[in-house]
Design a protein around this ligand. Structure first.
Ligand code: MCN
Ligand code: FES
Ligand code: FES
Length: 925
């Protein structure tokens, strides 16, 4: 041990620590300064940034022995407090620079280091600084962060005032559509909101720390599991295996009835087989993390290795064995049949274009916060699980049987107050059942925090699609028929694989009034990583095919790609691929809105192109539905409190997207007739013990579905309290008149006659959609093959604005993820894609500062205050626009993502770009 005298945030502190311990762990674990976060744990993300003797350092990788005595350290706690915000924190709130907020303390500390040295930086200097200090944000697309630093610097230089960075309430008291700051913002920018790892440090004495024994192979039969040696290790309380699990030991995947996959194919702890690398086989429960980890090495697992099928082509080979014995590897088939048979139409078409094996791969979610969960028995003997779940009630249903518990009776889930981004991976339960099983087997509170490698290898990923696509068109460019064939590699677990495959039917070719469609999609079981939801779920794969082929068709017809899209865009009378009329027709207007910028971009690209750095411009259309599919509902409780406040309760789970802001603004607007102020609304969210089900925060559904249920509840309260003179009763008056104080708001898409799609992919799955047209400007370095996106624009229709800052932030962040998807992100190679950086996360300089949003928002009749959703729109097809821009720049057509430099270089040198081919196009089913 070493003793250090340090000055931390102005306070002299003497600390005794292990010389090998990392500063971040000492700050957090010993000194309880939990504002400093640990994300990657490997000096790649800057979440742990602190200022040490005037220099910004990454404390997760800085050993105590390197720290000189008498050092001066500043952490987020030393920068400002909730009642005394620093200029940077104020600006962070104003510009929505904290979405999930997990990166915010590190960024703010880093920015403080910059402004201490350079009080008047340019935007590029701010970006250079964050690039150098490796500060990663997965939510915001970086632009709002740079905006915030610039504004804070202005405030610090005295060029603007605090009022300029504070919310100004409009005269009518309406916050809907404004930049009202989200309620959780102050907690996020001060590092005071509690994320899972912070909660873990504050659990009661005797809490068991969990570590997993995980499979190091992708496919095997388990012959034996021997925990005897591990159980004798110091500090070990118990090693939990499948034998200790009281229920079915399976997650319920809630499969469609016509899915040949078994809804119960995902074990909580592996019993008979290992299905993928990283599968959990046993849980070591010990007094400390270190003791638990040491014992992990002592658990002996005897395996019979089986052939791993690491892609759909491999698992579809005729000699491949069944990964789940008794279930074929191709386990679900989805048709799309709209309009007339397409074969004769293709014969008649003036032009036919087709492409094969268009492929979008295993995009990893890469939230800065790794997965984390805690479990304990409450005073009533009920199991309580806290996690990053974005579907509390859904997940209780999915894990209940497996654990042998009943959701809402003796099993309750809630979210940690802070959730550091999920982007959809938490639409599936991940470690909830593991902490639950450990707490049940030991009777003790349990805590499990993944390291970043586990985050990458254990949690689900975007599922690859292989798509073949054909358009038949008239010589004027009108598409008269489309034929599609797609295979989805969903990894080993069938949960939601059917739903995802259906998304291919719904979104390949969406945006265009294609009257006749024939196609078929297959879901394939493989031993690569299990497929989980990822923002825009199924649409990035679908649009990559249909928007790439659109450009090929434009070239064949000699037409401008944007104008070809204009000709085909939905117009009144057209229906979407599911066969129903869009709720609004905005794509032609979106194209009109983006056209001037597109034309200017083309000219600019021509002017700036050189043989070494070729510039290009590409476009794409993106559409996504708001909802789960078919009938989708939510419940919200609205209650008048004795102090005159109104309590709004529901589970609108927050990933970081702004659920608190959405619920507050939506409810406030509904209650505004009674003259209520936003601060008089009390939100009770994301705890099954306290609030009803709003449904999972997936499918960009919450604003629409929960928003409408909130309005319904608020209207019931208003109607009950309304007096003859048009004013509203107070609490005392309501009680005196015997008026009920609590109302159950409900809404479902049945109100708009939504129906699930039938076996031919036809129906009305969504009440509203989001529409966009993307414009990408790129520069390709012809020596290295590297692409830089130099400009990104989205013309968007998301309905009426609920909160402008949230909305802009959603779009910038989604566009940045699209750039990552296009150019760098992947989780294919288990040996290579092992860290945040290796998986290709975009840093600030990978994302252009030049991002623009052009809103063409049309009010939705069925939407809450006219709103539709937004979360997933920006990730529907930006990557397609980028690849179209690459082709425009240098003539290299990328058909399989990511568009790595080596692929582009091969194309530039006239070599064949290697592609993965799917062997069986129409497997027996
Ligand atoms: N909103 C608005 N105006 C509109 C529509 C929506 O201001 N016209 C606001 C809403 O109030 C809400 C946000 O935008 O705060 C997103 O609303 P919505 O599109 O309804 O989406 P959900 O609340 O259901 O959130 C889920 C969606 C999905 S599916 C993923 S995945 C996702 C996402 O949002 N993951 C995210 N955005 C994310 N943002 C962050 N920072 N982190 C994630 O993990
Ligand atoms: Fe320290 Fe990522 S750099 S947690
Ligand atoms: Fe930056 Fe979420 S706000 S990672």
């Amino acid at each position: 041990m070493i003793k250090k005298k340090l000055n931390i945030n102005g306070v002299t502190t003497v600390v005794v620590a292990d010389p090998e311990a990392m500063l971040a762990d000492v700050l957090r674990g010993q000194l309880h300064l939990t504002g400093t976060k640990v994300g990657c744990g490997k000096a790649q993300c800057g979440a742990c940034s602190v200022i040490l003797n005037g220099k910004v350092i990454m404390s997760c990788a800085y050993k105590m022995k390197r720290i000189p005595d008498e050092s001066i350290i500043t952490t987020i706690e030393g920068i400002g407090t909730p009642t005394n915000l620093h200029a940077l924190q104020l600006a962070w709130v104003k510009y929505g620079a904290a979405q999930c907020g997990f990166c915010s303390p590190g960024f703010i500390v880093s920015a403080k280091g910059l402004l201490d040295q350079n009080p008047n930086p340019t935007r590029e200097e701010v970006r250079d600084w964050f690039q150098k200090h490796r500060n990663v944000c997965r939510c915001t697309g970086y632009k709002p962060i740079v905006d915030a630093v610039m504004a804070a610097a202005k405030l610090m230089r005295g060029e603007i005032t605090v009022e300029d960075l504070s919310f100004r309430m409009p005269a009518d008291g309406k916050i809907l559509g404004t930049d009202y700051p989200r309620p959780s913002a102050v907690g996020k920018v001060t590092g005071t909101i509690e994320y899972g790892s912070d909660f873990g440090l504050r659990m009661p004495p005797g809490t068991l720390q969990l570590k997993l024994v995980q499979a190091q192979v992708s496919h095997a039969r388990i012959l034996s599991i021997d925990t005897s040696e591990a159980e004798k290790m110091p500090g070990v309380y118990k090693v939990v295996t499948h034998k200790d699990i009281k229920g079915k030991n399976r997650i319920n995947g809630l499969n469609f009835p016509n899915n040949k996959g078994d809804s119960y194919d995902r074990p909580i702890l592996c019993d008979e087989k290992v299905f993928q690398f990283g599968d959990a086989i046993a849980i070591v429960c010990a007094d400390t993390e270190a003791n638990a980890q040491a014992a992990v090495e002592k658990v002996k697992v005897e395996l019979e290795i089986l052939p791993p099928y690491m892609s759909a082509p491999a698992a579809m080979e005729p000699d491949a064995i069944e990964i789940h014995p008794g279930t074929p590897n191709v386990y679900y088939k989805q048709l799309i049949e709209k309009g007339e048979d397409t074969a004769p139409l293709m014969e008649k078409a003036d032009v036919v274009v087709s492409m094969e094996d268009l492929y979008v791969g295993r995009q990893p979610h890469l939230p800065v916060e790794p997965d984390v969960a805690a479990a304990y028995y409450d005073e009533n003997g009920n199991l309580q699980i806290l996690s990053k779940s974005i579907g509390l009630d859904l997940h209780a249903l999915m894990i209940g049987e497996g654990l042998g518990l009943e959701p809402g009776k003796n099993l309750f889930l809630s979210q940690f107050p802070g959730v550091g981004g999920t982007f959809g991976y938490k639409f599936s339960p991940t470690i909830e059942a593991l902490v639950g099983a450990a707490a049940m087997a030991t009777g003790k509170p349990c805590f499990l925090n993944f390291n970043y490698y586990q985050q990458i290898t254990y949690t689900g990923k975007r599922s690859p699609f292989f798509i073949d696509l054909k358009y038949g068109a008239t010589k004027d460019g009108k598409i008269i028929a489309m034929e599609s064939n797609w295979a989805v590699d969903h990894g080993p677990y069938s949960e939601f694989g059917d739903l995802l495959t259906l998304r291919g039917a719904q979104f390949i070719g969406a945006g265009y009034g294609i009257p006749n469609i024939r196609g078929v999609g297959y879901t394939v079981c493989t031993n690569h990583c299990w497929g989980s939801a990822f923002r825009a779920y199924g649409s990035p794969q679908s649009f990559f095919a249909s928007e790439t082929l659109m450009d090929v068709l434009a070239e064949k017809l000699g037409m401008d790609p944007l104008e070809l899209r204009y000709i085909n865009a939905y117009r009144p009378g057209d229906t979407n691929p599911s066969g129903h009329e869009p709720e609004v027709y905005s794509i032609t207007e979106l194209i009109d809105a983006i056209r001037p910028k597109y034309q200017a971009a083309l000219e600019k690209a021509k002017k700036l192109s050189t043989p070494e750095k070729k510039r290009g411009v590409g476009v794409s259309v993106g559409v996504y539905g708001c909802g789960l599919d078919g009938v989708d509902g939510a419940e919200v409780w609205v209650e008048l409190l004795a102090d005159g406040r109104v309590q709004i309760s529901t589970n609108w789970q927050d990933h970081g997207q702004g659920a608190d802001m959405g619920l507050l603004a939506t409810s406030h607007e509904a209650l505004r007739p009674m003259g209520i102020k936003p601060e008089q609304i009390k939100l009770v969210m994301n705890d099954m013990n306290l609030a009803p089900a709003g449904g999972p925060a997936g499918g960009s559904r919450s604003q629409l579905v929960i928003g409408n249920a909130a309005i319904n509840g608020c209207e019931q309260l208003l109607n009950a309290l309304k007096k003859a003179d048009g004013t509203y009763m107070t609490y005392d008056e309501a009680v005196a008149n015997g008026i009920p104080l609590k109302y159950i708001g409900q809404w479902s898409t049945a109100a708009d006659n939504c129906t699930a799609c039938d076996e031919k992919g036809q129906g009305k799955p969504f009440a509203t959609y989001m529409y966009g047209v993307f414009l990408a400007e790129v520069e390709v370095d012809t020596k290295t093959g590297k692409t830089q996106v130099v400009g990104m624009t989205l013309a968007a229709d998301v309905g009426e604005v609920v909160n402008q800052t949230v909305l802009d932030g959603q779009i910038y962040g989604g566009l940045a993820q699209g750039i990552g998807l296009a150019l760098s992100e992947d989780f294919e190679d288990l040996k290579k894609h092992t860290s945040m950086a290796a998986c290709g996360i975009p840093y600030v300089k990978d994302i252009p500062d030049n991002m623009e949003i052009i809103y063409v928002n049309k009010s939705r009749k069925i939407g809450p205050h006219g709103a539709s959703g937004v979360g997933e729109l920006p990730l529907t097809s930006p990557h397609a626009a980028i690849c179209n821009a690459i082709y425009n720049a240098c003539g290299v057509r990328i058909t399989q993502l990511p568009a790595l430099p080596e692929k582009i270089l091969a194309g530039l040198r006239g070599k064949e770009i290697p592609v993965v081919k799917r062997p069986i196009k129409n497997p027996a089913f």
